[in-house]
Design a protein around this ligand. Sequence first.
Ligand SMILES: [Zn+2]
Length: 380
Amino acid sequence: MSLDFDPERQKKAKEYARKRYLLFALDLLQGAVILAIFIFGGLSARLKEAVESFAPGQVAVVALYFLAFYAFYWVTGFPLAWYEGFVLQHRYGLSTQSLRSWLSDQLKALALAVSLGLLATELLYFLLARSPHLWWLWAWIAFAFFTVILANLFPVLILPLFIPFHPLEDEELKARLMRLAEKARTKVRGIFTLKLSVKTTAGDALLVGLGNTRRILLGDTLLKDYTPDEIETILAHELAHHLHHDMALGIAFQAILSFLTFWIAGQVFPFLVRSMGYEGLADIGAFPLLAGLMGFLTLVLTPITSAYSRWRESLADEYSLKATCKPEAFASAMVKLANQNLAEAFPPRWAEILFYSHPPIGRRVRKAKEWLEEGKCASP
Ligand SMILES: [Zn+2]
């Protein structure tokens, strides 16, 4: 059982992380350039003119504009997505996907994004036209409502499109989880093996779903090289999310943040529309402006979302250490995870603030070691 990080893997992890940070900046730049071309380069006005001459009414105008805009955005962003999602993943030995399988995933994700985006945009323009003062409030209510529905449907409708899963067959692991659940006086609705190995070499476990679709998913990439004790500490962490109501709380927290986003957009967008000479709020030509504004606000609020998530994750770690009393297994599971997933044990602070939904693995291991050293755990 090793409680130290492999220096070679850590060196590679640092290099990999640096490339991903750079790609993140390039992604942002791509989005900003596209928006600038549409807004200031006159492309939006020309596209609006073209779809209006072609389409019979507001619904068709909005649909055609959105489809053309999204196609432009998707195609220009494709090289970056390909490099990041396929080339780099293979170069670092993290992907097990063929190009064909990766492309098929991209097309499925595109179909999903286009249909949901189209629905959202139509609704948004309906509200902008009908309720110029309170459109942002109605839009926020609809958004919050869809978030709940999507969280509920995700494990049964969306996830199976990309990764197959089936009920966990390992009786010993199941028994361990049941014992933990019994101790916590709760019921686990289902535990499944997620066939991550068809996509990646990285290990992961997660709690998904809401209400009747809630379940614990254990990546098959975690089943091979981890001891039952190590997996038990990971399962306990997932169980903690369930006990702490993290799915519902997370949605509520997101709802508060998105309220802020929609409210600010509701104040700023009319001002921008007026000062930039658009015909009105429901002018489809101002769509890139609205998309840019919402994107910018979401980006600015990202560190708050990440900090909230890191806090909930550290509580789940705490629970796992307490419930299993296996700090050594917890620490060695984390070390294995860092090696396997090429995760930086100690990332730079700015990266943690921006991107990290979990405490950096180095800190998670340190906490487990503290438990070990302080003998916090009484039972064997
Ligand atoms: Zn977690």
